[in-house]
Design a protein around this ligand. Sequence first.
Ligand SMILES: [Zn+2]
Length: 294
Amino acid sequence: MKVGIKVKFWGVRGSIPTPGVKYIKYGGNTPCVEMRLPDNKLFIFDAGTGIRELGSMISSGEEKVKAYIFLSHFHWDHIQGLPFFIPSYINGNEIIILGMDMKDVRLDKIISDQMESIYFPIKLQSLSAQIKFQIISEGSLIIDGVRVDTMYLNHPGQAMGFVVSWGKVKICYFTDNELVPKLATKNSNLKYKSDTKEKILKLISGADLLIHDAQYTDEEYKTKVGWGHSSFSEVLSLAREGSVHRLALFHHDPDHFDEKIDVLVANCNCGENQGETSYVMDCFAAHEGMELHF
Ligand SMILES: [Zn+2]
């Protein structure tokens, strides 16, 4: 069996879950991506509703679970599944939640508050697994022997992007990011950073996989400036500039049902050869259940 990295999408929808027959192909669960590294290390990116099914799958065996959950930020669609993550309820499991502090609110309080009795019947303190918190900020860190680079993104209230490097493999998770706020910079009410694209380019250069927020069409983006998400075309140009090998369009808009996503991907001609180079990027819209190997 090939020893490498597996990436599996458990939730790819942005903002709110979208159940229903119009969403069968791409799925309706909110963001959750599983990354299996050699030695069976488990990294999970975001705890949207997709994490529920992942949790059921990994807790079905006899083995104890050790999972690192990286939270990009704390908007509902990224943490809503956490109270339903079954491994948290099993004695002997170890769950490490990594994320930012938000202003003066600590990471552990942000997470425990969503399990207060007003919102949920079981408190964080009642969970049987060992739950640990690791506050992270922008920079480089080593998690269980694996290098992870982090970067603050353009999103209301802030979000964080992650780059995992293992040997020669580089996998990037950047969601909830307004990539090129060139329109936004004209709006004095927005405090977005203008050097985001340059900083991301350095991090993603030559990446094997870039998972990036592509919530809007160019037309939709015109009325969503400052909402903290990107358009297909901006993400494509970023990935090409960064010579990324595979681009997974992610955080699909709740109004983008299956047929619409199919058309959007077909129209962006993302797999076409660019200019005179032989570089061809593999580009696709991520869907629930999709598994990639590196
Ligand atoms: Zn989101």
